[in-house]
Design a protein around this ligand. Structure first.
Ligand SMILES: [Zn+2]
Ligand SMILES: [Zn+2]
Length: 72
């Protein structure tokens, strides 16, 4: 599954989201949203090669991958 990464600005009226990567609250000003899950910008990286993902990511079985590792 290919997920577009959205950068959303944290709004105080919303519930503080949990990061899908580290399970901590996300208190950053900007939050990455991929496939209805939220991430710290530092936590969204390829599960295989640890490359930070900034544009598109690829998801399989709950993990996110860069394009190279998803298709290899
Ligand atoms: Zn995190
Ligand atoms: Zn990778």
């Amino acid at each position: 599954m290919i997920g577009q990464i959205y950068i959303v600005r944290f709004k105080t009226e919303l519930q503080i989201p949990h990061c899908a990567g580290c399970s901590q609250h996300i208190l950053d000003k900007f939050i990455l949203k991929v496939l209805d899950r939220h991430w710290h910008s530092k936590c969204l990286k390829c599960a295989d090669c640890q490359t930070p993902l900034a544009d598109k990511c690829f998801s399989r079985a709950g993990s996110v991958y860069c394009k190279e590792d998803f298709f290899k």
